[in-house]
Every structure is written in C-alpha cells, then in structure tokens.
Design a protein around this ligand. Structure first.
Ligand code: URA
Length: 210
C-alpha cells in the first residue's frame, strides 16, 4: 500500500489544535473540515481527467476535465461524516456513498450496519473518509466492501493513523490498488485500541457522547 504522510506545517498546526482536549466540538468540526480539504488536495492528485477543447475569450485551447464516471466519496459513519463537507469542497461533482460501520469495543472487530452505495463500482475511483486509522479493522472491512462491488482504485483519507493500522491494512491488501493519505502517523495504539497520542474518540469530539 502506498502511504502519503501529508506533513505540511499548516496540517501539523491544525492537527495540534485538534488534538488539544480543550478544543470544543464547534472548533473541532471546523478544523476537521479544513484538514480534509488539505488532505484531499494530495489524495486527488491522480484523479482521472480527460482532455477537452475550449474557447477562451482570446483563443482556442486544450484543457482537461474530470472524467466520468465521477469518483465516489465514501464517509464511514459516524465520524467520517465530519470529513464529507471538506472533501466535497475540493471535488463537488463526486458521488457520495455511505457506509455505516461499528467496532465492538471489546473485540475491536468491525461490522457493517448500513450502506448506501452504487451497486457497481467498476472503474470508479473511491475515496474512503475515516478520521482515525487505529487497528485497521474498520478500514479493512470498508475496503473489502468496495472491492467486492468492483472498485479497483481506492484511496483512504485518515487524519491520524497508527503504525499498527497501516501495517494491518497493507498486509490485508498486498496486491491491490489501495492507497492511504494521512496527516500524521502517531506512536502506537493503547490497550483499548485508541491512538496515542491521538485525539480521543473522533466521533464523540465531533458530535458529543451518545
Ligand atoms: N477511533 C477514534 O475515534 N479514536 C482512536 O484513537 C481510535 C479509534
């Protein structure tokens, strides 16, 4: 798996504020959106385009536009939803599919509880949004779900990743076109499956505890 750590100083700055436990939900949500916009810029570097001829006020010229079928953006519910707005700002004509995944806090196993996706993802670039790549269980299940629908080109955008999660996802998909774009690779996972230093529970910090 190709991993891109987008360690731009602005990303590191915003991440530091995001991690701070004093940062409230409103600021947290805003920062997540901004961070995703910056990460999306890197993640869409190889988005498919095709040449088009246009007429400027001055002359004819050849440019390029996004190809069809459009990419599909797939936020993983619940925390990935906080990343959707920032992603759509960069690529507003993308289609959006939803995948609801929950991890059992004891076994750390992920299971799907909801999905709303195109039936056929053949030939479509898919961008999975999930803020925290922790054990990798959720992301592996989500990637497998998209591969089973025919996706061949999958890019996961995670704000913070753990070394354990990156290894698990890489090992699970050794020969597929799966990439990861992340803002940081943290130190480790703790015994509860939380990323250290991390930022705590991303869903809770975005939307409050339910
Ligand atoms: N999910 C989170 O929200 N935070 C972690 O640290 C790990 C998984």
């Amino acid at each position: 798996m190709k991993v891109l750590i987008a360690d731009h100083p602005l990303i590191t700055h915003k991440l530091t504020v995001l991690r701070d436990k004093e940062t409230n939900s409103q600021v947290f949500r805003h920062l997540v959106e901004e961070l995703v916009t910056l990460l999306a810029y890197e993640a869409t570097r190889e988005v498919k385009i095709h040449p088009v001829d246009i007429q400027t006020p001055v002359t004819k010229t050849r440019g390029a536009m996004l190809s069809t079928p459009r990419p599909v953006v797939v936020p993983i519910l619940r925390a990935g939803l906080g990343m959707l707005e920032g992603m759509m700002r960069v690529i507003p004509s993308a289609d959006v599919g939803f995948l609801g995944m929950v991890r059992d806090e004891k076994t750390l196993q992920a299971s799907t509880y909801a999905n709303r996706l195109p039936k056929d993802l053949k030939g479509r670039q898919c961008f999975i949004l999930d803020p925290m790549l922790a054990t990798g269980g959720t992301l592996i299940a989500a990637i497998q779900y998209l591969l089973d629908l025919g996706a061949t080109d999958i890019i996961a955008i995670c704000i913070i990743s753990s070394p354990e999660g990156i290894k698990a996802v890489g090992d699970a998909f050794p020969n597929t076109n799966v990439h990861l774009v992340t803002g940081a690779v943290d130190e480790k996972l703790n015994e509860h499956g939380y990323i250290v230093p991390g930022l705590g529970d991303a869903g809770d910090r975005l939307y409050g505890v339910v």
